[in-house]
Design a protein around this ligand. Structure first.
Ligand SMILES: *[C@@H]1O[C@H](CO)[C@@H](O)[C@H](O)[C@H]1NC(C)=O
Ligand SMILES: *[C@@H]1O[C@H](CO)[C@@H](O)[C@H](O)[C@H]1NC(C)=O
Ligand SMILES: *[C@@H]1O[C@H](CO)[C@@H](O)[C@H](O)[C@H]1NC(C)=O
Ligand SMILES: *[C@@H]1O[C@H](CO)[C@@H](O)[C@H](O)[C@H]1NC(C)=O
Ligand SMILES: *[C@@H]1O[C@H](CO)[C@@H](O)[C@H](O)[C@H]1NC(C)=O
Ligand SMILES: *[C@@H]1O[C@H](CO)[C@@H](O)[C@H](O)[C@H]1NC(C)=O
Ligand SMILES: *[C@@H]1O[C@H](CO)[C@@H](O)[C@H](O)[C@H]1NC(C)=O
Ligand SMILES: *[C@@H]1O[C@H](CO)[C@@H](O)[C@H](O)[C@H]1NC(C)=O
Ligand SMILES: *[C@@H]1O[C@H](CO)[C@@H](O)[C@H](O)[C@H]1NC(C)=O
Ligand SMILES: *[C@@H]1O[C@H](CO)[C@@H](O)[C@H](O)[C@H]1NC(C)=O
Ligand SMILES: *[C@@H]1O[C@H](CO)[C@@H](O)[C@H](O)[C@H]1NC(C)=O
Ligand SMILES: *[C@@H]1O[C@H](CO)[C@@H](O)[C@H](O)[C@H]1NC(C)=O
Length: 824
């Protein structure tokens, strides 16, 4: 999901350059120094991570303090378009520091940002404090924002420094006031969150205990407005008795002149404000003795205020700020060390891009196990919030997790299956613990299929019942929900027509009647996921049935449409079989038309966040047949070249992910190598604007990781395409399987790590050996022969492109040419 993709394109085409005075230049200096100093032995991988990559240019990355998969992510909330709370744009102001955020989501209003705290100086006393949102917002000091894994800091323009560190469901905030500032005050927010969705709640101050508890209801950031979730926080103000509370009370305010404060009052109980924006409200308190440093402990919970306090007690207790930072860094280092690289031989920017991407690949989804609400309240399964969205993450996020982290993958799969148990369908875009909008259908089918095909032998030990996993897929593929905007698919008409028809009379289910072309393509690929699991489980009839359905992508291929001289495009189609012509360029970066391309009602194009030019490449399980449809290998290659050269490739959205490697299927693997270099160097770097639009819960980060490692996954399968690594050597450790796989790149040439690849630079794959044996093809190998068993892979490169511009063996698999014939 990347709702802002088109805004991004507009800003680029307008030549707009965002001026940024954040973060502190020290962040990059520190990372560069750490990379330069790194040697073998015990490596501090956290030092290579730049949490600010993706905090500008609509990347929507949260640079806040978080542990791996942390439910708590502490960062500041800024004005302007800032769905993750923080943005670098120094023309925006800070409204407070808060403990709950998502990373990389494109919700236009933002997500979470509840329970903000803001330090204040109120020389005129309690009643003069600027508690309301607009009164308290403040610029930052330029060039001072700072972060590394487990730590976030921001200094306001009045020189008050705010720092945070965290555990899974709690954290510590430290505020440093300039010498002689006087009495420090704090405003704590009950109602406000980023989307301004407050639906009622309470706040209580216990002055003796020095504790403030908050609880309430808020609305979804990417789902039906009538759904609410509950959240709770517990603020402990006394730093284990080292700090003394001064004044305290409550306040309410609005933008119509209400600005009322109640010194000594301890309770607020406010309902939803049905006429519109919520009341602003919260607590206000100060400390005695004019301390310069204040530490506040924060716990959060989705169950109760009591549990929020308990989380702070058990996860933080009386630990110091430094203790919590170190504990978080240790967790991060363990995750990041699962991928080791030859640090001395790798260009520093590649090291930084890779570890920053791996960092984000472990940042989400948010582990809210034991924090469940609604129908999940009593679950005994693992539970993750912010599956935001499966349509984004199935392509590269879960395939990357499969290489090194089966335990975490299994927990998330358990959570998907539990969604089916509790709601009837697997989650698609869970946002704020609520069902969010579906995009391509039920992409969870692909995610669980990828787990099943890669870890079927370990599934039981990992707590996954493959039969139940399949049952969950079948529910998605067969049971039409009454309303498929948030869960499941419109399978009734899909099964009747063999495609999702445009303008169909559906008498038994509702949903937004758009995206018929891309929904058909995604439904068909989801069916391939069922086919793969059916094959694994020896369900021969089901395998045949879902194989057939997986080929229904062909039913939206209109062979008559011509664009730029190329013939045949995916198009939406009426129930009577007639296609509804839409210009294939619509919703590409070259589209000058102003209709929107996401879930908006004016997206009449038939495709989601992509053009027909781009989605016409989407049949990852059957590209050989697409080549036939498009007129053969040479036309396919010319068409792919034209797609990139004409500017139809849309880097910021996920349907583009598998386009640069398409040449492999036409037996031209060196062209994929060139194209991946181009995609990386034109769209990614180490700056805050260094990703092309929303990270989409690390979809972009994991795409980049695969590109840098010289691999590309085919989801729902164990096939990996072989490309040209950007690093001379790397090892992937799979601690669950207790195997390590080292990829050594023979003839690696650092001068090839640019675009275009200079002639004479060795960058093209000549041969591949796995544990001493030459692979049958230099274009692909299988997970079961490589990362599953461990050992040594050697990828030999050459500069002679003409010599190696073929697979010298089999092409990557396609159903129509007998591929995926048996399960591994
Ligand atoms: C901070 O940086 C911005 C952008 O470069 C600039 O417009 C602004 O004047 C700077 N503020 C200060 C206080 O230097
Ligand atoms: C590792 O790097 C981080 C981030 O730069 C730093 O804060 C931390 O102190 C380092 N840890 C060790 C053990 O050197
Ligand atoms: C700090 O920011 C506030 C509001 O954002 C602004 O009114 C004030 O002038 C700024 N102060 C300084 C010293 O830049
Ligand atoms: C808040 O007020 C509502 C009525 O408006 C009441 O039902 C509820 O019990 C109150 N909650 C608390 C915690 O005081
Ligand atoms: C999620 O949290 C639970 C409970 O603490 C823990 O057992 C599990 O390992 C965590 N999983 C991940 C992926 O962080
Ligand atoms: C395959 O799907 C088509 C619809 O595209 C249907 O007509 C046909 O009966 C199916 N075949 C099998 C064997 O299920
Ligand atoms: C499926 O059949 C294969 C080959 O006969 C067998 O090895 C495998 O155990 C079977 N799997 C299941 C889940 O029955
Ligand atoms: C199919 O339906 C569309 C929309 O109602 C209509 O424009 C078209 O003419 C119909 N095609 C045929 C062959 O009847
Ligand atoms: C968009 O505008 C450009 C420049 O005016 C033009 O070259 C291009 O053909 C237009 N694209 C479409 C799809 O109309
Ligand atoms: C494309 O090339 C491959 C390998 O050379 C060949 O097997 C395949 O038949 C060709 N496809 C078409 C449609 O000609
Ligand atoms: C490294 O990244 C910086 C920032 O994006 C860029 O200016 C520089 O050219 C890059 N260096 C290389 C060798 O790519
Ligand atoms: C590249 O390989 C081709 C085919 O093997 C050969 O004809 C050509 O001379 C080689 N080029 C160079 C520069 O070595």
């Amino acid at each position: 999901m990347a709702l802002h993709a088109l805004a991004l394109l507009l800003s680029i085409s307008a030549g707009l350059v965002l001026v940024s005075a954040q973060p502190s230049p020290r962040v990059q200096e520190r990372i560069s120094a750490a990379i330069a100093a790194a040697k073998g032995g015990s490596v501090n991988y956290t030092a290579f991570v730049n949490p600010f990559i993706g905090t500008d240019n609509y990347g929507d990355v949260c640079p806040g303090a978080s542990v791996p998969f942390g439910m708590a992510k502490f960062t500041t909330d800024m004005t302007g378009y800032a769905p993750a709370g923080y943005i670098t744009d120094s023309t925006q102001t800070v409204r407070g520091l808060s403990p709950l955020h998502d990373s990389g989501t494109g919700s236009s209003l933002g997500t979470y940002g509840n329970f903000e705290i803001m330090p204040l100086l109120c020389p005129g006393g309690f009643d003069t404090c600027t508690t309301r949102l607009q009164d308290r917002e403040r610029y930052r000091k330029n060039n001072t924002d700072d972060a590394y894994p487990g730590y976030f800091a921001l200094t306001l323009n009045n020189s008050i420094k705010m720092e945070a560190t965290s555990t899974r469901r709690a954290g510590l905030e430290r505020f440093t006031f300039p010498k002689g500032s006087g009495t420090p005050y704090f405003v704590l927010d009950l109602a406000n969150d980023l989307p301004a969705s407050f639906a009622g709640g309470t706040l209580d101050i216990d002055p003796e205990a020095g504790r403030i508890t908050i609880g309430g209801y808020w609305g979804s950031s990417f789902g039906p407005g009538r759904y609410n979730y509950q959240a709770f926080a517990c603020y402990d103000l006394l730093n284990n008795g080292a700090q003394k509370l001064g004044e305290y009370g409550v306040w309410t305010g609005d933008s119509y002149g209400l600005d009322a404060k109640g010194l000594g009052l301890t309770h607020l109980n406010l309902s939803v404000n049905l006429i519109g924006a919520p009341y602003q409200s919260g607590a206000l308190f100060s400390y005695l003795d004019e301390p310069e440093e204040i530490t506040i402990r924060v716990g959060v919970s989705f169950r109760s205020a009591e549990q929020a306090c308990a989380n702070a007690e058990t996860e933080v207790g009386s630990a110091s700020f430094e203790d919590i930072v170190s504990a978080s860094q240790a967790l991060w280092n363990e995750k990041l060390s699962r991928v080791e690289i030859d640090l001395a031989g790798t260009p520093p920017n590649v090291t930084e891009m890779l570890y920053s991407s791996l960092y984000r690949s472990f940042l989400t989804p948010n582990n809210a196990t034991d924090e469940t609400q609604g129908v999940f309240a009593d679950t005994t399964s693992f539970y993750f919030d912010s599956l935001y969205c499966s349509w984004d993450t199935f392509r590269t996020f879960y395939p990357l997790l499969a290489l090194h982290s089966p335990l975490e993958f299994a927990q998330i799969v358990d959570n998907y299956i539990d969604g089916y148990r509790k709601m009837g369908w697997m989650p698609e875009c869970r946002a704020n613990n609520l069902p969010g909008w579906t995009q391509g259908g039920s992409s969870g089918d692909v995610i669980v299929a990828h787990f099943a095909v890669t870890y079927h032998d370990e599934a039981q030990a990992l707590g996954i019942d493959l039969q139940e996993l399949y049952d969950a897929q079948v529910a998605d593929a067969q049971v039409n929900p009454p309303e498929w905007n948030t869960l499941g698919r419109q399978v009734n008409v899909y099964k009747e027509y063999g495609y999702v028809p445009f303008a169909v009379l559906d008498t038994s289910s509702t949903g937004r009647q758009t995206r018929e072309g891309s929904r058909t393509l995604e439904y068909a690929f989801e069916d391939f996921g069922l086919r793969q699991v059916a094959q694994l489980l020896n369900k021969t009839e089901d395998e045949a049935y879902y194989t057939n359905r997986s080929l229904w992508y062909r039913n939206v291929w209109d062979p008559t449409v011509v664009s730029d001289g190329f013939k045949g495009f995916m198009q939406k189609r009426y129930p009577n079989g007639t296609f509804s012509y839409q210009n294939p360029i619509n919703c590409s970066p070259q589209d000058n038309v102003t209709t929107e391309c996401s879930l908006q009602g004016d997206n009449v194009n038939g495709f989601y966040e992509s053009s027909s030019w781009e989605y016409s490449w989407f049949a990852p399980h059957d590209t050989a047949y697409l080549i036939t449809l498009m007129g053969g290998n040479q036309t396919f290659v010319n068409r792919l070249n034209h797609f990139f050269d004409a500017g139809y490739y849309l880097a910021g959205n996920e349907p583009s992910f598998q386009t640069p490697i398409g040449y492999h299927y036409a037996n031209r693997p060196t062209l994929s190598v060139d194209r991946v270099r181009q995609v990386v160097f034109e769209n990614f770097d180490i700056t805050p604007a260094g990703i092309p639009g929303n990270d989409d819960q690390a979809a972009m980060a994991t795409l980049l990781s695969f590109h840098l490692l010289g691999l590309y996954p085919v989801p729902s399968s164990t096939e990996l395409l072989i490309l040209s690594p950007f690093v001379p050597k790397y090892t992937i450790h799979n601690t669950y399987l207790n195997v390590s796989t080292t990829v050594t790149v023979k003839n690696y040439d650092p001068t090839s790590i640019q675009y275009p690849i200079p002639s004479g630079a060795s960058a093209y794959v000549k041969s591949v050996t796995v544990n001493g044996q030459a692979t049958e093809s230099r274009c692909h190998f299988d997970f079961y022969d490589t990362f599953k068993v461990g050992g040594e892979i050697v990828i030999e490169l050459t500069s002679n492109k003409t010599e190696v511009d073929s697979c010298a063996g089999s092409l990557p698999q396609s159903i129509s040419t007998g591929g995926f014939a048996s399960a591994r």
